[in-house]
Design a protein around this ligand. Structure first.
Ligand code: CP
Ligand code: NVA
Length: 308
């Protein structure tokens, strides 16, 4: 167990910016904060939020998390700040880090996030890029741990597009030694450098499986997870993707092929009858809204660690 909240890395750009030990520590802290067994004081600390894409959960959970810790947030709407005008990241980052204590950024290119972190003197958090969604994965693994108590023998099957959410699940799976199966149509496989990094970490390389067959991927799975087929910024390919993803809907039939104790996760927002049915979202196996709540608890713990 860690001796203090302090993380070895300044930033949280990727799930791999924290070690397995630090990850367990954050989950433990999140659970204590959730159970109100602990109070952390971040009075006078300010979190700057930059959303170059829409957000409900990430925005609100960060705002409430910060407020619960006694701090404040500033939502730097790109359209009403100079960010949307194209001010260079290196200038925005240097200025904002003189005002804010930590900055969370949602943007398209992961390299833009890295550019922010290069020029910011304060910690930078990935609030979603096209490559990763590590804050989501923190909440996901908190939800899985609440259900199964530990990660031993957990099989996590993700069915859908192998992009940001799937990439972060793979990296976290590698850190915890959790079996992760990704079922996606041909051509929608997860990022190859993410797969490579994960395989370097996994002691048992067979624990990561990429397949184009959702039915074989759910056999014996304890967690069924999905995400929208077309991510933000992919509106122009939506029609094509909807066709290519036929057969990849989490519906009653697919759920019945998983383990009896299987739970259902979705990062939300969801398109009903596309990646998941309304029936499954509302079923007794769904932990989707606990998962959404856990965003706030996990991020409180993350902020406490980054600001300590
Ligand atoms: N899951 C998630 O990040 O949701 P938002 O896009 O609403 O933030
Ligand atoms: N893959 C989705 C996740 C939304 C939380 C997207 O990037 O839009």
């Amino acid at each position: 167990m860690l001796k203090s909240n302090k993380l070895s890395n300044k930033n949280f750009l990727s799930s791999l910016d924290i070690s397995t030990e630090e990850f367990f520590y954050i989950l433990d802290l999140a659970k204590k904060l959730k159970n109100k067994e602990l109070y952390i004081d971040l009075t006078n600390k300010v979190l700057g939020l930059i959303f170059n894409k829409s957000s409900t959960r990430t925005r609100v959970s960060f705002q409430v998390a910060m407020s619960r810790l006694g701090g404040t947030t500033i939502d730097l709407n790109p359209t009403t700040s100079q960010i949307g005008r194209g001010e260079p990241i290196k200038d925005t980052a240097r200025v904002l880090s003189r005002y804010c204590d930590v900055i969370a950024i949602r943007t398209f290119n992961h390299s833009d996030l890295e550019e922010y972190s290069k020029w910011s003197s304060k910690p930078v958090i990935n609030a979603l890029t096209d490559l990763e969604h590590p804050c989501q994965a923190l909440a996901d693994f908190l939800t899985i741990k609440e259900e199964f108590l530990d990660f031993k023998n957990v099989v996590l099957t993700f069915i859908g597009d192998g992009n940001n959410v799937a990439n972060s699940l793979i990296l976290c799976g590698a850190l915890f030694g959790v079996e992760v199966r990704i079922a996606c149509p041909k051509g929608y496989e997860p990022n190859s450098s993410v797969i490579k990094k994960a395989l370097e970490i996994y002691q048992d390389k067979n624990l990561l499986k990429i397949t184009n067959d959702p039915y074989s991927a759910v056999k014996g799975a304890n967690v069924l997870y999905t995400d929208v087929w077309s991510s933000m910024g992919e509106e122009n390919v939506k029609e094509n993707k909807d066709k290519n993803f036929i057969g990849f809907t989490i519906d009653r039939n697919l759920v019945n092929k998983a383990n009896k104790d299987a739970i259902i996760l979705h990062c939300l927002p969801a398109y009903r009858s596309k990646e998941i049915t309304d029936e499954v979202i509302n079923s007794s196996k769904s932990r989707i809204f606990d998962q959404a709540e856990n965003r706030m608890h996990a991020q409180q713990a993350l902020l406490a660690c980054l600001l300590s």
